[in-house]
Design a protein around this ligand. Structure first.
Ligand code: GLN
Length: 194
């Protein structure tokens, strides 16, 4: 079974770990560089990207993460995790850095604050089948998609909320809280193929 890490510095890493385990993955919570070295794929959870950024640098994980992404490690970022994977953050708080890798620019909290969280159904051709119920919690939007990245899903107004680029996958929303495991399965296929 694929060895998959979940970055466990902050955020809803337990929910991701539970979904991945239910799909048969061998899950490691990643807090140290040695733990990162031992996995074949990594999920970066939702949470607060500015905190995750600070902790990843304080724990000496930011550089190993950037190297792993550059070397082709499959990485799936949800919400704050998508922000961490974006090459550019339009409105990062002072000094906020991302790991980068995805050729996109994201805007944080693009729908407002916690009270403006919402749910909607998305057509996602790459996943096939019925629409995916998507939960947005203080979610970012993908404001521009560069030439190397591909949009996988957009809202009815055209704003992009899921992207893919080689072994990298990012969603504005939280598939780990809905019981629909298709995004995690899609990611595990990438891990197995890598
Ligand atoms: N607003 C958060 C951030 O900017 C992301 C919220 C989430 O991950 N649910 O990091």
């Amino acid at each position: 079974s694929p060895k998959v890490g979940v970055l466990a510095l902050q955020g809803d890493f337990r929910e991701h770990a539970a979904v991945l385990r239910s799909l048969g993955a061998d899950v490691t919570l990643v807090r140290r560089p040695e733990e990162l070295e031992a996995v074949d794929g990594l999920v970066i959870p939702g949470g607060e990207s500015s905190v995750m950024d600070k902790l990843s640098r304080a724990f000496g994980l930011a550089e190993p993460l950037k190297e792993a992404i550059g070397a082709g490690l499959p990485v799936y970022g949800t919400c704050a995790g998508l922000i961490m994977l974006a090459d550019s953050i339009v409105d990062g708080i002072r000094g906020q850095q991302s790991l980068g890798g995805l050729d996109v620019a994201v805007r944080r909290n693009a729908f407002g604050s916690q009270g403006d969280s919402f749910e909607t159904d998305l057509d996602i051709p790459a996943l096939g089948g019925h629409p995916l119920h998507a939960v947005f919690i203080r979610a970012p939007i993908v404001e521009s998609v560069g030439a190397r990245a591909t949009s996988l899903a957009a809202l009815t107004d055209g704003r992009v909320v899921a992207v893919e680029q080689g072994n990298l996958l990012g969603t504005s929303f939280h598939p780990e809280v809905t019981g629909d495991t298709r995004f995690h399965e899609y990611f595990l296929d990438k891990v197995r193929a890598a």
